[in-house]
Structure formats: C-alpha cells, structure tokens
Design a protein around this ligand. Sequence first.
Ligand SMILES: [Mn+2]
Length: 410
Amino acid sequence: MIKIIHTADWHLGKKFFQLERINDHDAFLSWLISLLKKEKPDAIIIAGDIFDCHQPPHSAQKQFYRFLKDVSDLSIKVIFIAGNHDSKHFLNAPEPFYENLDIFFKTSVNDSKESSIVLKNGTDELELILLPFFKWSEINQWYLKNKTQLSSEKITSKNEVINNSEDDPDKYITEYLQTYVNKSSLNKHRKMLVSHHSFGQYHSDGTELNLNIAGIESIDISIFKGLVDYIALGHIHRAQKFNSIPETHYSGSPIVFRHGENKQKYLNIIKYSNDNFVTEKIIVPNLRNILQLKLNELNWKEKIDLLDINPTLPTFLSVVLLMEKSDYEILTTIKNYVREKGHILINIIPSTQNSNKDTPDENIEEIYDLEKVFEKFYYNKFPNDTEGFNKNLNIFKNVISEIKEKSISV
Ligand SMILES: [Mn+2]
C-alpha cells in the first residue's frame, strides 16, 4: 500500500487584518508533524499556496524550512507545487539544499524540470504528475514554441496568439493540459495529477482569488479521463470532492482565514493499493474562532458571555453594534469587556438606525468613479502594464462588490 497525505493552501505569513497568524500556523504544523509520526505515510503533498505572498515574512519562511527538516527526519517524502500566491523563484531558490533531502517539487509549467515522480511500496507503484499553477500567458508561451503552424501574421503580441485565432480558447487549454500530462507521463503506472487551479464546479470559501483563464471559469475535469486516475488539488479553501472521472479532491486550507468560512477544516489521507484509491478526510483541530457578532445596546453582554472559549487561541471578534443614537462610552465599555473575557477585538462598527440611508460608501461613489480612480493609481505605478491592469481591475471590482454586499447586509 502507498499512503499519501494531501494538504494545500497553508498561506504561511497570512494576516487577519493587522494580526499575525503565526501561532495558528505553528499549532497546525506541530499537529501535522504528530500526525505524520502516527500515520507514517510514504509522502506528503502540498498542492500550492504554501506562502501567502511572493516575499513571505521571515517567520513564515522559518516555519516552512523547519517543517521540511522535521519531515525529512521522519524519512517521509515531501512533494509540493507552486500556487497562484507563491513565487516560483522564491520556492526554487533553496533547490541545492533540497537535493540532499527527499523533496520533489515543480513550480513552473514551462521550465525543464521533471514533472513526474513514481512512488513505490511493495508491489504498488503510483505515478504523480505535478501541474503547478499556470497563467494564460504561459499557455501562450507554449504555443509560440510548439505550434509553428499558426500563421505568424496573426501574431502581433505574445498574448494575442490564441485570442486572434478562430478556435475556441477552451480547446487550446484542453490541448495544452492533455499534452502536458502526456509528455510528463511514463505511461506505466496508475497516475495521480497534483495541481493548483480552479477545476470543476467547486464551492468556494471566498478567501481564494478568482482565477480566470481566458474567460474560462474553471477547468473541465473530464478532459483528464483516461489520462490520470485521481486528481489532488489546491486553490479552493473548502474541502470537497467530485465523483467525477477521474475522482477529484480539494483538501481545502487547514486554517480558517476569516469569518463566514466553514469552520471545519480537513486534510486527506489517500491509500492506494491494488489499483484502488481510498480517501479518508481527517479533521484539522480548530484552534481559533473567527466571529462577527451583531449586537445591540441591550444584549451585548449576554451575547459576549455566550462565546465559547474552547480553542487554544483567543477568538478574533468583530462587532457591529446597533445603536439608537451615537454613544461612544458604550463602545469603550464593550471594548474593555471583550478584552477582559480574553478575546481579541478586531473592530467595532457602530450602526445607528438611520445610518443605512446615508452610508459613506454611496457618497464616495457619487463623487468619484472608483474604477477611474483605480486606473489612475495603477498606471501611475506601472505605466505600461495593461495586462496587469486588467487582471487587477477584476480583483478590484470583486473587492468593491464584496464591500457593497457587506454594507447592505449590515
Ligand atoms: Mn490559490
């Protein structure tokens, strides 16, 4: 039997507002090490978004390297890929050190690095194909290299190769991905694809960035039918599986990033023997609650008293306080009370009865066109980066619509 632990989306270094999550990640990693000691798997897969940003804080780097050292002491193989939050260059930099450890990784789809590894245990053999996060521009690069039959007259810039062709972009992505799997594959074994992207009809948790490849919301899983037998994914923070062919699993993130997310977090233990996969979900202990409470002047104390003090780390609490009229004394009283109870107050937003008629958001919007403000700001910083502008404008629009939704629901 081959036993694999599948996890993803750690986002080491991620903060909640200004607050560090180092303790949350430390607690998760030491729990994970104890699980590895108990389960003794052949390998652990981290399917992307190990770090939250391209230049992670030193504390986050230390956590990752400490983890690699601890796992290597247990003689368990570590397999990881880059997610959309990771820097390929940052993950590649320590490569000379990895050579002495049992670590296999792939950060970029178009580099020459090996993308397939075979795990063996007894008579069982399983091939893993690593498909790290990729961008539309990387598919274009591949086309420029491989599809010389495309008329060069059509090509005015790298990114227009596919956009200018008459064919459906869907078809190009399918061909690209199938070719990637085929050229990686040794074609001898059952195969598991490990990737970080939006696949299938997923349910998101809202803390993932919206990834759109050339107008395609998500990759159709059925294009891998007959090519691989199992897909282990990162990117979507909510654990879920699809009863598709091939069977497909998102492990989800191991910690809750903000309130409103499903509190229960998991990782997967995959057992492969005699051509058969069995996947078991393991609950990751919840060490911190992140809550938003809507309180009023009469019930606030009672509601705060009702909060669990169960997990190890203090609750992150944000409060919306419904008030008859402005009263700043009560805000201070509540702040102190929350602190006394051992919780951490993120913010307290007073909301008077008639404030909905005249929210500052709507006023600002009347005065400025927010997208124009963003455009000015972006081109001022990055004068010629149209591709980046379009991508970031979409993210900006998502943020604005999320804020609007929230201010309506308050
Ligand atoms: Mn991601």
